[in-house]
Design a protein around this ligand. Sequence first.
Ligand code: PGA
Length: 251
Amino acid sequence: MKIKALVAGNWKMNGLKASAKEVKALARLIAKSPKKARCDVLICPPATLVSTLKEAAKGSKIAIGGQDCHANASGAHTGDISAEMLKDAGATYVIVGHSERRADHGETSEMVNAKTQAVHRAGLIAIVCVGETEAQRDAGETLTVIREQLAGSLPKGITAKNTIVAYEPVWAIGTGRTPTADDVAKVHAAIRAVLKKRFKSEGEAMRLLYGGSVKASNAVELMGVPNVNGALVGGASLKAADFDGIIAAYR
Ligand code: PGA
């Protein structure tokens, strides 16, 4: 099955209004490349920049997304932002369950499940993150942890159109370390098997992203792994040239 890849940037807590120039530069790099990239491109900035970057991306193929949302559409939740608000600001995707949210904000798979449903309620695409810690990997628990996170985080009835799964080993995020292509292949095959069993043809067509220290120099190898349908990129998404170097894996 041919699945259209997605190269997604997660800016995390980085970026000011001036960073819109990186999106404009990226749009120019994509437009001037003689070879069209066979992937969708997404940038998920802090919520404060969603509308600014949406404007900066106008006329390009770059989509804009959020990094998290509250499970409710509105209400007395000081400091929180709903999927509906992100949509209103111009987002078409929302990342949920990133390991930094799971670790820093105590987000459980049950909460991630509710957030995923919120993303769908707003008519947006959810990027649901899963991944094991180094201790879990060393204990040989990687696949058990991933299966538990998938079972808990993914609501029933999801489709290949409204949901993307991102596998991000926690120990590979921001460290410059990556699993081997073989290790990624094993985990992605296991994720695909879980999705197929539970969501049938939708699970077969769902995009699976790899994330964790993806950069231009390893993108071709990692994006070539079976069942890897794109990347979720942190550090290397902040500069247009670096991010374009990853998109180039699909040219
Ligand atoms: P990194 O982050 O590319 O900086 O490792 C990936 C992520 O956390 O999404």
